[in-house]
Design a protein. Structure first.
Lengths: 382, 382
DNA sequence: CTGTTAGCGCATTCAA
DNA sequence: TTGAATGCGCTAACAG
């Protein structure tokens, strides 16, 4: 037995399909008697609207395509997706989900697939190739880019990385740190990609804040380098550990470190742990993103990118563009903010070597009863 | 100017729409001459197939719905999604993405939405309510459950948690550990949910392996407790820290700890760090999932759940069920496997108190040159 | 207030 | 080998 159609319900209720459609959508005039009959028929027939037919007729799918790249093992993209889904759901929209694996060709394929499906809008969770964005735009589809704006004709949701990184650096400076290391990388992806400006902006903030303090930039405090995607995860973890070791060797006077991402910070903390260097007692460290930060030991002070909001705003923006039926190319800024946890503490002495700054540790004995742990030394709380 | 339709192409090529359709899909007889003319027209007209119309006509959308719950800040679900997308893409399927927020009512809504859209299959990334799965099944849609099977009439992809946890425990035992703590929780979600069997299975493995060693189960070694979802993240992190502190107080003789999840393990490691207890030199710890494990300091030994595979298999299963047009209720098992990293090391002495077992730490001095770090004491490598 | 009608764009039967 | 015709299920004029 086939699925019930509008026509079947109509027959059952003894009215026309138009009337059924009207009660279904609550528009047009319907007499109380007819409405009742239809509602009864609706109940008896286990009817379910065929959205495909509706879409064809109305010439719009209430659907937004979402293109992303790589995996979701990094919560960054995951939260964006959830935010987008949330906004979409609130407006009755549904999300079509495609992965282009960071590949321009596949990205193009994804756009084509989406256009064939006649989605109303596309969100690029970081577009790889601006041309693909225009492809969507040219087809009359609203497009929103997240994080990076490759196509000026499209709308975008971005964060001011320079401002955010400045906040991170100011936090360290306000704790008295002056000898601050930078753990970063200039190229986020493959070098054929010209938009390496996000890490670059974070670095500029590092430099600017330091210079504002009257410090001269010391190259031995900076480790940058192109790093590839690591197997089984996002790039940065192993680089972070390697860079940190390098920094330890070449800049013994450091009291704090700014890492371009939580991932790099996590790698750095692994190196520090192996060296037996205590955070933040011997060295402060701050990250960026707030992805893994909560989970590290000790919990990482970092700059939180409002990932959920970015997704939410992107979808909202797309939906409003769809509603007003205008291309529109506005840029929405999201604010990243400092989250102080337990890896940053006041600098005690400037320029003193780590080993001299820290009293020899007492041999630790296990505490013998339950109770609150000793609070981490000097860590500020937000 | 409206979008080009089949009819426009046909007119341009001087043939009928049927012919165009035939060359588009490469079926039926088409003369070489006609084919050429159509292909030329196709190029000139920037025609794009309208998938919505196609779906209506063919009575099938090449689409699978994916329902998940909560956020994606935990990479676990994220990787499942990516795996599913991958399998779907390989078969020309597309993924519709919905979030039911762990709520049975919303889950039902999601199923309804999907049914209205006439998707061909549904994947429940952990169903919340078995009834919702049958709802899909009753509508003639293929359904696959991941991780937990709530509806026997549906297919499922699961892992054998008892076997996996057994592997974890055996690893600790093989390192000489006997005084092993358990950090867990009996109820993963709200207590109205009867399927608390996953953590329970992990606990059973803990108990079974210990008993097989001739150990008597010591309640002071076990901390279980219902924990709620934490704000801004998955439940378990803070519980892990609290539980670990409790364990430290009530079971001083412990040499190793088995945590039900990486998240709990991460919390535990935060507590240990605050206490100044070294991992694995003073205490070994093993997790479960392999979500955050890589990022912790030191990198956590854990049981890796094949999340990508689970998603991949689920989508493949759904697609094959769709293809053979049979409901089918098979269960596919995925194997979780031990990943040895750096938090587990041989037990040195049994039953000795931590403080007595470990030599007082030397005051650490910073290493002065680059080079490899000292390798973590006694950590096995896989 | 309600029914009839005419497609939305495509795939497919059937006849030529 | 090709074209004409039909209808997938629904909505929106329009006529009554």
């Amino acid at each position: 037995m086939r699925e019930a159609r509008l026509k079947d319900v109509a027959a059952l209720a003894g009215v026309s399909t138009a009337t059924v459609s009207r009660v279904l959508h609550g528009n047009g005039y319907v007499s109380a008697r007819a409405r009742e009959r239809v509602e009864a028929a609706l109940r008896d027939s286990s009817y379910r609207l065929n959205a495909v037919a509706q879409e064809l007729r109305r010439q719009k799918t209430i659907t937004i395509g979402l293109i992303l790249h790589g995996d979701l093992s990094n919560p960054f993209v995951g939260e964006i997706v959830i935010g987008a889904e949330q906004a979409a759901a609130e407006h009755g929209f549904t999300l079509l989900f495609l992965n282009a694996h960071g590949n321009p060709g596949q990205e193009r394929e994804c756009v084509e697939t989406l256009l064939k499906r006649r989605i109303d809008g596309i969100i690029f969770t970081t577009a790889v190739h601006g041309k693909n964005v225009s492809l969507a735009l040219d087809a009359g589809v609203r497009a929103v880019e997240i994080e990076r704006r490759l196509c000026v004709a499209a709308s975008a949701v971005v964060v001011d990385n320079h401002a955010a990184a400045t906040e991170a650096m100011r936090h360290l400076v306000s704790l008295g740190h002056r000898e601050i290391g930078f753990l970063g990388e200039p190229f986020p992806h493959d070098s054929d990609n010209d938009s390496a400006d996000i890490p670059k902006e974070r670095f500029r903030a590092y430099r600017d804040v330091l210079e504002a303090c009257g410090q001269v930039l010391d190259n031995s405090h900076i480790v940058l380098g192109h790093y590839p995607r690591e197997r089984g995860g996002w790039g940065g973890l192993e680089a972070g550990a390697a860079y940190m070791r390098r920094l330890l060797g070449q800049a013994p006077g450091l009291t704090a470190v700014f890492a371009v991402s939580d991932l790099v910070a996590a790698g750095a903390m692994q190196a520090l742990y192996a060296e037996g260097i205590r955070v933040p007692e011997q060295l402060s460290i701050i990250g960026f993103d707030d992805t893994f930060a909560r989970y590290l030991a000790p919990p990482l002070t970092t700059i939180r990118q409002p990932m959920f909001d970015m997704g939410y705003k992107a979808a909202s923006l797309a939906i409003s563009l769809i509603a007003e039926d205008a291309p529109g190319s506005s840029v929405e800024f999201c604010q990243a903010r400092l989250v102080i946890r337990e890896t940053t503490a006041p600098a005690r002495a400037t320029g003193a070597d780590l080993a001299l700054r820290t009293a020899p540790e007492e041999p630790r004995t296990r505490r013998t009863g339950p109770g609150p742990p000793p609070s981490p030394a000097g860590a500020g709380r937000s």
